[in-house]
Design a protein around this ligand. Structure first.
Ligand code: ME8
Length: 662
């Protein structure tokens, strides 16, 4: 058997000072799609992800948590790994920068660079962003970080420097010789002009940070975050023994555009200095934005993967991430677009075609794939369309043009829908001619579905495999070789598998409310309230949600109660929120300020009836977003009856706005 060609791809190794949001999920999902695709094209694939665990941020976070750094990062790495497992995208190699094999690789790489004359000791004074772990050029003392907006610190210290300046020409030559090294082209041009502008030597160690990999014999120097982090790609596949494993150099580093420079300038320069093979390609995708801003937990605008998966399934999230944004460009994340696509493309499109076809075969051919009779031109046209789609889709997957590939597949699905509607196999009778025609039409549709799901497996692994089994295919779809996929291979006589609902239609408003409510709970967990199950009613923004939860058995002390600051507020304005029929947007005077608060009372209170009304407000609740609208506080309401109708609190005497409830 000929040896398989290898393909090594990586995601960034993510920082451990937060948990994965949809941006990290995006990169990891894309890596998983490529991994599955390449395996179906006959490659021996390894995909690496991991955690970037050193630096001052970790020191601080561990201190805040009151635990040693090693314990803190171990917990965080477990949480990242567990989430990838839960989402069905575990890496083949999960590398942690605190792994011994990684520590050894970094020290070895440094030794090689030093022996080859590319490392020297010097002093550095500069403005340093402790949040981004980087010195920031072109800034002065007192400035804020241009990336994250937080204050910079002036730092002078003895450092080891890497002679990046020696690599201007080698890098430019390398980019020229390997025009596909940096993708997409716009990023390539940016990097080329950056390198043409001149490269300064790079400080690669610190003495001000304790939590890092020590430079052997040079303590207290520890490695600077990028020399440490980038090397993880190599540690994951053998480190100094990389030749034995045979995976290095990487075929593809997938990164967000924020870290392209580190991957396309520093990383190849480090490797060139050590005389090691340089990766073949770095692909920088765009950002998922929320309200036109990059997501970050401090801005409170992160989208979490788990609530979406609980509500719609992982395949739906994967499909949306790849279909809605052109790979390489920025895209705005919207729950509305997500659920709309789910209903139109997955529930009504693929899901409906599969269940219709299976039901007709079940009814007319006792659940066995029928044998087609003579083909009519319209059958052949459809067959050609599916056959042509194979080439087009593979070509687009090769270029990482996922949205294009999916568009092509959905054109074929739409053509099959139209075909069924015009051929109307359900209207044909039981004569021999009608039976033959029915058999031909249903075989044609089933064959098209087989091709569609074979192509879709990298993106929709669960549902594609379900349809594959439904069509009576016994081999594992993930092992199917796409190079052998052709129109006409569906063997008649195979028994259909068990019918399953693939993508049940959902009510958009309700689905979004549930996702948001689960996300709020995950971001601001209330220890007294269990995380809502997917089927729990969403009554966001009022205390009714908490009141509807099962009774809390443990009593709390007064010190816990006093943590909740409740005040008398007066409603100033109230309006409905377009697309959210349960929510009202209120502005409420709480004595010291006017707050915007969303409350899940729209089905029970007319907005106008609320103006001037005095209510109890929890004022020290962390702000959250409901249907994209900021809510800063919570209106207290009783939860009445089985459906939890919210009834607002009131006062029987005149009370001052802002008075505290005790
Ligand atoms: O930068 N949209 O880690 P990190 C799309 N540890 N992708 C996003 C995103 C968004 N809004 N937010 C994050 C680091 N990402 C370093 C990397 S590698 C040797 C060291 C994705 O936790 C995207 O892939 O900040 C981005 O490059 C990465 O997460 C940054 O992750």
């Amino acid at each position: 058997m000929p040896q398989k060609e290898k393909f090594y791809l990586t995601t960034p190794i993510y920082y451990t000072n937060g948990l994965p949001h949809i941006g990290h999920t995006y990169t990891t999902v894309v890596a998983d799609v490529i991994r599955r695709y390449k395996r179906m094209r006959g490659y021996d694939v390894v995909m690496t992800t991991g955690t970037d665990e050193h630096g001052v941020n970790v020191e601080r976070a561990a201190k805040k948590a009151g635990i040693p750094e090693s314990e803190y990062v171990a917990k965080m790495a477990d949480a990242w790994r567990a989430l990838w497992d839960e989402l069905g995208i575990p890496a083949d190699e999960f590398v942690r920068t605190t792994d011994l094999k990684h520590v050894r690789t970094v020290q070895w790489l440094f030794k090689l660079c030093k022996e080859n004359g590319y490392v020297y000791k010097g002093h550095y004074t500069g403005q340093y962003c402790i949040y981004d772990n980087a010195f920031v050029n072109d800034t002065k003392p007192g400035d804020n970080c241009p990336d994250c907006g937080r204050p910079l610190e002036t730092i002078t210290e003895e450092n080891f420097f890497f002679k990046l300046s020696s690599f201007q020409k080698p890098l430019l030559d390398f980019y020229k010789k390997n025009p596909d090294f940096i993708q997409p082209d716009t990023r390539r041009n940016e990097i080329i002009s950056f390198v043409e502008g001149g490269l300064k030597d790079l400080s690669i160690t610190r003495t001000t940070i304790r939590w890092g990999i020590p430079v052997p014999g040079e303590e207290p120097h520890v490695f600077y975050v990028w020399f440490d982090a980038l090397t993880a790609y190599l540690s994951a596949v053998g480190g100094p023994d990389f030749e034995k494993r045979g995976m290095w150099p990487a075929d593809l580093h997938l990164v967000g555009k924020d870290i392209i420079r580190f991957h396309t300038v520093y990383w190849p320069a480090f490797l060139m200095a050590a005389m090691l093979p340089v990766p073949k390609q770095v692909w920088a995708h765009g950002w998922f934005l929320m309200d036109a801003a990059k997501m970050s937990k401090s801005k409170g605008n992160v989208v979490l993967p788990r609530p979406i998966v609980n509500m719609l399934g992982m395949d739906a999230l994967r499909y949306f991430l790849l279909r809605d944004v052109v790979f390489g460009q920025d895209g705005n994340f919207s729950y509305d677009a997500l659920v709309t696509r789910y209903n139109s493309d997955l529930a009504n499109g693929l899901g409906n075609l599969a269940s219709r076809t299976a039901a007709l075969i079940e009814k007319n051919f006792a659940g066995k794939i029928p044998k087609p009779a003579a083909f009519k031109p319209q059958d052949e046209v459809l067959g050609k369309e599916a056959q042509n789609a194979i080439g087009e889709v593979l070509e687009n997957f090769d270029k990482l043009s996922f949205a294009r590939a999916l568009e092509t597949i959905w054109t074929v699905i739409a053509a099959a829908d139209k075909y069924l509607t015009s051929e109307q196999p359900w209207a044909l009778g039981n004569s021999e001619a009608d039976q033959s025609r029915k058999a031909t039409v249903l075989w044609t549709t089933a064959e098209l579905l087989r091709i569609v799901v074979a192509l879709l497996f990298p993106v929709l692994p669960d549902s594609a495999a379900k349809v594959w089994t439904l069509l009576g295919q016994s081999d594992a779809l993930g092992k199917f070789e796409l190079d052998g996929l052709r129109w006409g291979q569906l063997a008649p006589g195979a028994s259909l598998g068990k019918a399953q609902t693939l993508f049940p239609r959902v009510d958009k408003t309700e689905a979004i409310e549930r996702i948001e409510s689960m996300a709020n709970e995950e971001l601001n967990p209330t220890p007294a309230t269990p995380a809502p199950a997917a089927s729990a009613p969403a009554v966001s923004g009022t205390a009714a949600a908490a009141a509807a939860a099962p009774a809390v058995s443990d009593k709390i002390g007064i010190e816990d109660f006093t943590k909740v600051e409740m005040r008398v507020g007066q409603i100033k304005t109230a309006e409905r929120i377009v697309g959210a029929d349960k929510l009202l947007k209120l502005t409420v005077d709480i004595g010291t300020e006017i707050r915007q608060i969303c409350a899940g009372i729209a089905q029970y209170y007319e907005p106008e009836s609320l103006i001037g009304r005095k209510v109890a407000v929890v004022v020290n609740l962390a702000p959250r977003k409901l249907r994209g609208v900021e809510s800063n506080g919570m209106i207290v309401a009783a939860s009445v009856g089985p459906e939890g109708r919210p009834v607002l609190t009131g006062f029987h005497e005149e009370v001052e706005v802002g008075a505290r409830l005790k």
